[in-house]
Design a protein around this ligand. Structure first.
Ligand SMILES: [Zn+2]
Ligand SMILES: [Zn+2]
Length: 294
């Protein structure tokens, strides 16, 4: 089975398109380990997604009563806000791009995913759950120490532990503590990088080691270390290919943009599949979804 893995795409549509293209052309299943979009959208994008005028974007005033009851007020302001509505539309757009691959996509959310991702078409949310595929058992857990305390994560672990067996590919948003979880800051007292992984997840994998452990969240620690893979996309912009039949794990560049020379020798660039005309010699060029030019 060939798995295409990534994490922390943070709503980047071009990366979603690349991922879907690659998945469609050469893989059996896609896995994404959270931070699927950001909890923020630029004002212009909110306006575009919701079709709003400048007047609609003016800050809303809140009464003393609302401000004195921050819990309720916060929920109301998040759920009712334009940001929340725009994010829901954005999630639908991103899910549509993923579904265009017509391959199963197993995912979990991360600490930035304000809006929920539900099972939709080929997409399955595996948080707290397991899915069997080609003899492998995918198990997901979304929480990090950013939004759930260690004590509360520890309370979730027995449920996850029961789902793990020898054929488990564990997918968590957070790295386990101490493994590819080094943030960009340095602890001068301990003379070590600041580790921001999860201790409950570390204890879980020590007790019940999965076959493979895929995660993200700590962008700076992208990489492969044995059976541990931090697939964070933003720093290096590479996906990860896992071939379970050969055991080969490698970095993958996206197919697009494809750079090539036309037979008239003009250098050209195509950012998606389709039919094009060389602007110099007018030859008709067809570029398929695997990036092949004819
Ligand atoms: Zn992230
Ligand atoms: Zn994160």
């Amino acid at each position: 089975m060939k798995i295409l893995f990534t994490s922390d795409l943070h709503g980047l549509e071009s990366a979603y398109r690349d991922f879907a293209q690659l998945l469609k052309s050469a893989y059996d299943v896609g896995v994404i380990a959270g931070d699927l979009h950001d909890d923020y959208l630029p004002k212009e994008e909110i306006q575009r997604l919701l079709n709003l005028r400048d007047d609609d974007m003016l800050e809303e005033l809140h009464s003393d009563e609302e401000l004195n009851n921050p819990g309720e007020f916060l929920m109301k302001s998040i759920e009712g806000s334009y940001l929340f509505k725009a994010l829901k539309i954005k999630v639908a757009i991103l899910a549509g791009i993923l579904n265009s691959a017509e391959k199963p996509i197993l995912l979990i959310e991360g600490n930035h995913d304000l809006v929920g991702w539900h099972d939709n078409g080929h997409i399955i949310n595996i948080d707290g759950n397991k899915v069997n595929l080609n003899g492998y058992n995918f198990v997901g857990y979304r929480h990090t120490t950013f939004e759930k305390t260690e004590v509360d994560q520890r309370a979730d672990m027995p449920t996850i532990e029961r789902l793990i067996d020898k054929k488990t590919i564990l997918v968590t948003h957070s790295p386990p503590w101490g493994i590819m979880d080094e943030s960009a800051s340095f602890d001068y007292r301990k003379k070590d990088a600041v580790h921001i992984g999860s201790k409950p997840i570390k204890d879980l994998i020590m007790k019940k080691p999965p076959l493979l452990h895929l995660f993200g969240h700590v962008h700076e620690s992208f990489g492969i270390r044995g059976r541990f893979i931090n697939g964070s996309y933003p720093t290096v912009r590479r996906f990860i290919s896992i071939d379970t039949s050969t055991g080969k794990i490698s970095f993958v560049k996206s197919i697009f943009p494809v750079l090539f020379s036309c037979k008239c020798s003009k250098k050209l660039k195509a950012s998606h599949a389709g039919q094009f005309k060389c602007p110099q010699c007018k030859t008709l060029l067809t570029i398929d979804e695997s990036g092949k030019v004819e």
